[in-house]
Design a protein around this ligand. Structure first.
Ligand code: NAD
Length: 482
């Protein structure tokens, strides 16, 4: 019988009145479980319980918060293989990628366990005699968390860990498509000793559960990762509410990876394969525009196509698979539709783009590579979110930089070059939040800030010590001591 996974509200596991059937995209006959959807009333109850829990949780000592976060980290790391397997089974990234993501979640909890102890303030002399000023940081309150399906454990971890470390309480809604990892994370934290109401899990649809969180007056802040369209709804709801909610939005990308004539060809091809196609291209930081200069263009296309031909697209759990399936039928339809659009726009499909049959029924797509793409085509401007690479040919670095920055987005950007001059110039002049030299645009460390500019992000950075900008609020206290 299929197991039923419940929501976690005010310290209790509770059933809703409908379920999400969590299906393995590598094998659609494999059902991971039924995940209860929270009702509107249950979501409101979760928010109220987070509000009540805030008074005491925000006053716990850093040591108490450290211990719970460290305990969670220890369990995640001890179970990384099993959690990674669950992740790959529900989302479709390969097992090494799934285990890597689970490991990262464990590392994030260890990092923020330490951050709970490191939060400090400032003492500043006043311009008035006898007056002292203290600048301190306090918890914000109830944080609503809304996450996407493509990093089902790392993104919840990098939102939940800092929120708890700094004394906030949480109402967390994972993506409806992949609730399994979010559920497992909440189960670990519940057993790590969190008092009731501090962390609430409400699974379900964005339009129901998500919208209830956005509209509720007792949610003080919302941290959201997902598409631009939904991000805009979050922002609109935040502005409408009184008091206006604090928000942090991480959204789409159309990340350029420049390959210059002087690049190390092997590094450039590996950066492109990893950045554009690994994790089935389903990364906000994917290298979805490959901008290649004239002199290396043909050699790069030949080497990249060869490399793609050697990749195994198969069941995410199978040893040797390089690229797993697309996450579901909707995303597959979107990918295929963009492949058709690219062909109609006049780009040349030099490899892939066709559906594949494997031993198990799943959403298998041969990674697609387009050449002769212009930066005005839709496949170069819109986020496809699949294993589709586009190559834009340019004459030199100056044109490459201008094409790289000619986008609504600004999450990550990369350059492959052996020239210090171009690498340095690009780091200064790229309009992205994260810049990579001789590395894929995807793949970041967990202890430094993550986030973009322009249409990709809104609000303060996530991760690293910068996370406190969102998860704390500053207080300035003046004292006259006579
Ligand atoms: P999505 O916007 O469809 O959904 C994201 C979350 O919002 C889900 O939990 C969904 O249920 C919820 N939601 C949907 N409608 C809602 C509403 N009306 N009110 C409240 N919540 C609602 O995005 P997705 O398809 O899950 O994820 C893919 C997108 O996420 C891509 O655009 C990708 O670039 C982006 N992404 C960005 C980053 C980043 O850090 N910049 C990281 C990963 C993914």
């Amino acid at each position: 019988m299929t197991e039923l996974y419940k929501n976690y509200i005010n310290g209790e596991w509770v059933e809703g009145n409908s379920v999400t059937v969590n299906i393995n995209p590598s094998d659609t006959n494999d059902i991971i479980g039924n995940y209860t959807r929270a009702t509107k009333a249950q979501t409101e109850e979760a928010i109220t319980s987070a509000k009540h829990a805030f008074a005491s949780w925000s006053r716990t000592t850093p040591q108490e918060r450290y211990e719970i976060l460290k305990k969670a980290s220890d369990e995640i790391l001890a179970r990384k293989d099993e959690l990674g397997r669950l992740l790959s089974r529900e989302e479709g990234k390969t097992l090494p990628e799934g285990i890597g993501e689970a490991t990262r979640a464990g590392q994030i909890f260890a990092f923020f366990a330490g951050e709970a102890l490191r939060l400090n303030g400032e003492m500043v002399p006043s311009i008035r005699p006898g007056v002292g000023i203290e600048i301190t940081r306090e918890a914000v309150g109830v944080i609503g968390m809304i996450t996407p399906w493509n990093f089902p454990i790392a993104i919840p971890a990098w939102k939940i860990a800092p929120a708890l470390a700094y004394g906030n309480t949480i109402v967390f809604k994972p993506a409806d498509l992949v609730p399994g990892c979010g559920w497992a994370l909440v189960d670990i934290l519940a057993r790590a000793g969190l008092p009731k109401g501090v962390l609430n899990l409400v699974m379900g649809r964005g339009s129901e559960v998500g919208q209830t969180i956005l509209d509720h007056k007792d949610v003080n802040a919302i941290t959201f990762t997902g598409s631009v369209g939904t991000g805009r709804k979050v922002a609109e709801a935040a502005i409408r509410s009184m008091p206006i909610k604090k928000i942090q939005l991480e959204m789409g990308g159309k990340n350029p990876l420049i390959v210059l004539d002087d690049a190390d060809l092997k590094i450039a091809v590996e950066s492109a394969v990893n950045g554009a196609f690994f994790s089935t291209g389903q990364r906000c930081t994917a290298s979805s525009r490959l901008i290649v200069s004239d002199g290396i263009h043909d050699a790069f296309v030949a080497a990249l196509t060869d490399r793609l031909k050697g990749l195994s697209v198969d069941n995410a759990l199978k040893a040797g698979t390089n690229i797993g399936p697309v996450v579901d039928q909707n995303q597959l339809d979107q990918d295929l539709s963009y492949i058709g659009i690219g062909q109609k726009e006049g780009a040349r499909l030099v490899w892939g783009g066709e559906l594949l049959n494997r031993e198990t029924p799943g959403f298998y797509l041969q990674p697609a590579l387009f050449t002769e793409v212009s930066n005005t085509m839709r496949i170069a401007r819109e986020e496809i979110f699949g294993p589709v690479g586009v190559i834009i040919r340019v004459k030199d670095y100056d044109e490459a930089l201008s094409v790289a920055n000619d986008t609504e987005f600004g999450l990550s950007a990369g350059i492959c070059t052996t020239s210090l001059k171009y690498a340095s110039h690009f780091k200064r002049n790229s309009e992205a939040g994260m810049v990579m030299v001789n590395l894929p645009t995807a793949g970041v460390d967990y202890h430094v800030p993550f986030g973009g500019r322009k249409g990709s992000s809104y609000g303060s950075r996530e991760q690293g010590t910068y996370a406190k900008e969102f998860f704390t609020i500053v207080k300035t206290a003046y004292t006259f001591a006579g």
